[in-house]
Design a protein around this ligand. Structure first.
Ligand code: MTE
Length: 374
């Protein structure tokens, strides 16, 4: 098995490939082949999801706010393991008073919750498709930790995945594992999920069980879970120490955690041809565990920001739709930009912080170019 040395490569799910890749076949196949060449294992990781290039109206491809499983983005560091539930157990071990070993049916029989959550990859590029929303069912982790009993001094919960591989720089026998602080692990929103949009987790999304760390970037939502380890100290694993760290040219290091405010267009698509004087622009915006307070658009780099319309209510930790009825002043080419602001006043930046050396939290304003004929 192989490991991608690239910081983040996000795979195009099948239906999205069908839908969006077909739309701009020439331009998009250029992108796809570029990424396929860059990757050591194109079956594990096929392409970075960039906005598609359009030759037909995007009104044909409007998705719902809940992403169908087949369209949900996929981000794997290794080849996805195939696990049968009969031979699988979840261990809850480490600094607990009663270690647990749970079967798949033990989990199905535990009291469960069902909730929508938006997941975004920490390396999702501006306007990229590395963010999706599903309705998940599973067991709040805190309930299982209560059953196991935390020992005094527990600070950290480590999620161990079943996937592993070899690559340059990667210590032998490294499997995918990530840790979160005990406060986040015992927050009732942190789930161990076995269902996605009403179906058992698809194999590529972590069957039989995955973590879902609500409001945080996707790297902590560990798939193919085998063990939940409670620890009394920080986790020294490779993916904790070497990846998902914000670094600056001044030498600062900070772990990546909660999602930054972000937004993207659903329509129009990059290079879309628009006919007529009025056009409804639509998109989504999200901000981890915060709500979106405003979404704004502008139609020229020196133009004024115009407010988009938001729904009256938003679902916690789920992206929201927004829209803008554009009365096009004249035919021509436009670059349209969108930026969102969260309820703590954080707005998407217009340019990437030049001090950043890493490639995470890429939440600059999304831009699309369109040509309007009237
Ligand atoms: N869990 C395991 N075991 N292995 C992985 O490679 N990738 C993580 C996370 N969980 C990963 C994992 C990353 S970086 C992201 S963004 C999300 O899974 C993506 O989840 P998805 O593929 O279901 O969209």
């Amino acid at each position: 098995m192989t490991f991608s040395a690239d910081p983040e490569k996000i795979r195009t799910p099948k239906a999205m490939a069908r839908r969006e890749f077909l739309i701009g076949a020439a331009a998009v196949s250029g992108l796809a082949s570029k990424y396929a060449r860059a990757l050591p294992n194109s079956s594990a990781i096929l392409a970075t999801l960039r906005p598609a290039v359009d030759t037909v109206s995007s009104s044909e491809i409007l998705p719902s706010l809940v992403t169908p499983n087949i369209d949900f983005f996929i981000r794997n560091h290794f080849t996805a393991p195939v696990i049968s539930e009969e031979n699988w157990n979840l261990e809850i071990s480490g600094a607990v008073t009663t270690p647990l070993k749970l079967s798949y049916s033990d989990l199905l029989l535990s009291s469960s919750i069902r909730r929508p959550l938006t997941l975004e990859c920490a390396g999702n590029p501006a306007g990229g498709h590395g963010a999706s929303t599903a309705v998940w069912s599973g067991v709040p982790l805190t309930e299982l930790l209560k059953q196991a009993g935390l020992q005094p001094g527990a600070t950290t919960v480590i999620f161990h995945g079943a996937d592993s591989g070899v690559a340059e720089g990667l210590p032998p026998d490294t499997h995918y594992a990530r840790a979160i602080p005990i406060e986040k692990a015992t927050d009732p929103t942190t789930l161990l999920a076995y269902e996605m949009n009403g179906a058992p987790l698809p194999p590529e999304h972590g069957f039989p069980l995955r973590a879902l760390v609500a409001g945080w970037y996707g790297m902590d939502s560990v798939k193919w879970l085998t063990r939940v380890e409670v620890s009394q100290g920080p986790f020294q694993g490779y993916f904790q120490q070497q990846s998902y760290v914000a670094t600056t040219s001044k030498g600062d290091r900070r772990p990546i955690t909660g999602m930054r405010v972000n937004s993207r267009f659903i329509r129009p698509l990059e290079n879309e041809g628009i006919h007529g004087k009025s056009y409804r622009i639509e998109g989504v915006a999200w901000a981890g565990d915060r709500k979106i307070s405003k979404v704004e658009l502008r139609f020229a780099s020196d133009g004024a920001w115009q407010p988009a319309v938001l729904p009256t209510s938003q679902v916690a930790m789920v992206w929201t739709s927004w829209s803008y009825e554009w009365n096009v002043p004249r035919a021509g080419q436009y670059t349209i930009e969108v930026r969102a602001t969260d309820d703590q006043g954080n707005a998407q930046p217009l340019v990437r912080d030049p001090d950043r050396l890493d490639e995470y939290e890429l939440n600059t304003a999304h831009r699309v170019r369109v040509t309007v004929q009237i």
